[in-house]
Design a protein around this ligand. Structure first.
Ligand code: 4AD
Ligand code: MG
Length: 477
């Protein structure tokens, strides 16, 4: 007898044979029906117990959460709601679960409660669906790039440079915090630290990826990324996964095309390959909507939303055009925005981005040519001298999902930028080398993987789409 999974059993036509299944009890009702799930698929399989002929010692241990091994006959189901079921011949308890203590009961739990039990929440249908979709999505990311001639590069996690120049980094040190060597100035002497210099967790693999694009042509990174910003929003994590393609000879328009094509591919992949999990999450959202007032209800189902993004072109417009729309918008004039827009050059907040996407265009939007002042040093300066070839992809419910740019490939312009921003040129000697030896137009972007998972699953808090979220004041598990 071969070991099998619920996924196999629910999809087979080979019935009336003995099977062995290991999994966890979801429910046990009427002393007869045990629902088993093993994580292979959202659905449970119904197993029918011969109550009279089962030892009492075992019966007492069949509770939600217990791990069991079932041997029995796979047959066509007599009852409604399932095609097949297992008639149990033998059941053994592999691991007990005390019903008084197991937090995941077969009832609705709040997401807050489940976050506090992040080690067990994946045993719920909702979180198992999310995490299976997350897994498939990350496979789709690799599939897309590998099919399109990109090479996967692993950029360092510990870094000596601040790629975004925002200074929101976690320090990495092996010095004794209570007794660290000091310079005469009183500052910590990092020359005595593990790496002989001050180091941090990376905020982006872009600068290193650029050096690889200048040799391998098309590359991408997909790895953990860290930001020490104190943002307690539903879209920020202190540790998240970023995907960063970088392509030699691509200009900003090629870069926009790539981001749009890439996002559409990954969402299309899960529409095709995660049907059951998506259907479950869609139904969850429909139920949740029923308890909301009519105007707050979603106007599209989850699958319709995904299809809409795949089937329609993203609207593209410059920052300046978007700024005019926003400045003249009702919420701006009536001072309904928290940040009222007045002067060209202001950074756009998530409320503005979402207004453009959700109210004005009702479509994903790509904004480009941002004011140089609000963007990072490496973006290519336009001829107007005040905007850079930046692009942000904005999504409904999320705001910014992608940030990218055409890079400044001219050594002199880049050096001037670095100087103006008071960045130490010596720190970036290797980055500047790429502009000295065979420099070329090139572009890339970063996509926050969790923001993509948020959109794909219809969830509303980023903490619910990563197994163990890291946020301010929270590093449990
Ligand atoms: O816009 P960002 O900061 O761009 C960069 O880091 C560039 N170096 C990328 C590049 O051009 N290669 O970040 C890129 C994306 C954002 O659009 C967002 O989706 C995500 O990363 N992101 C976060 N996701 C979750 N939590 C955070 N704290 C995030 N910060 C950025
Ligand atoms: Mg950004």
């Amino acid at each position: 007898m071969e070991k099998t999974t619920v996924l196999n059993l629910l999809n087979t036509n080979d019935l009336n044979r003995e099977v062995v299944l290991k999994g966890w009890v979801k429910t046990f009702r009427a002393n007869r029906f045990i629902s088993i799930n093993d994580g292979s698929i959202i659905h449970n399989i119904q197993c029918v117990l011969d109550f009279e002929n089962t030892e009492e010692a075992i019966l007492k241990k069949i509770h939600t959460g217990a791990a069991v091994c079932i041997k029995g006959l796979l047959v066509e189901s007599q009852g409604k709601g399932q095609k097949v079921e297992i008639q149990i011949k033998e059941i053994s308890i592999l691991g007990e679960s005390n019903p008084e203590e197991f937090p995941i009961q077969p009832k609705k739990h709040s997401f807050e409660f489940l976050r506090e039990n992040a080690h067990l929440r994946v045993r719920t249908s909702t979180f198992s669906a999310i995490m299976r979709i997350r897994s498939k999505l990350s496979f789709a990311v690799h599939q897309y790039f590998q099919d399109n001639g990109f090479y996967y590069v692993n950029t360092p996690i510990i870094t000596g440079t601040d790629a975004e120049g925002a200074g929101e980094m976690f320090r990495v040190s092996a010095l004794d915090p209570n007794n660290s060597p000091k310079l005469e100035s009183g500052k910590i002497d990092h020359s005595q630290d593990f790496f002989g210099k001050e180091t941090h967790l990376t905020v982006s693999g872009q600068l290193e990826a650029e050096t690889y694009a200048m040799a391998l042509g098309k590359v991408y990174t997909f790895g953990p990324t860290f930001r020490a910003e104190n943002s307690n929003t539903s879209r920020h994590l202190a540790e998240f996964w970023m995907i960063e393609p970088e392509v030699a000879f691509n200009d900003l328009h090629d870069n926009m095309d790539l981001s749009e094509d890439f996002i559409k591919y990954t969402l299309g992949y899960i529409l095709k390959n995660c049907k059951d999990d998506l259907a479950f999450l869609e139904e969850r959202l429909l139920q949740e909507d029923k308890s909301k007032p009519a105007i707050e209800r979603a106007d599209m189902t989850l699958t319709d939303k995904l299809k809409f993004v795949i089937d329609n072109n993203f609207v593209r417009l410059s920052y300046t055009e978007a700024f005019d729309i926003l400045r003249n918008s009702k919420p701006n004039k009536k001072k309904k925005f928290k940040y009222v827009l007045d002067e060209w050059g202001a950074d756009l907040q998530s409320e503005h981005e979402r207004y453009l996407v959700e109210k004005h265009f009702k479509s994903p939007v790509i904004l480009f040519d941002y004011p140089a002042k609000i963007k990072a040093f490496y973006m290519r300066l336009n001829d107007d001298g005040k905007t850079v070839r930046a692009m942000d992809v904005l999504f409904p419910g999320i705001g910014e999902i992608v940030g990218g740019s055409q890079r400044e490939e001219r050594l002199d312009v880049l050096q001037e930028k670095i100087k103006a921003l008071d960045i130490d040129e010596k720190e970036l000697w290797w980055y500047l080398d790429t502009r000295k030896f065979g420099t070329a137009v090139h572009s890339g972007f970063g996509l926050g993987f969790e923001r993509l998972v948020l959109f794909a699953t219809g969830m509303s808090n980023i903490r619910d789409v990563i197994p163990f979220p890291r946020t301010p004041q929270n590093a449990e598990f």
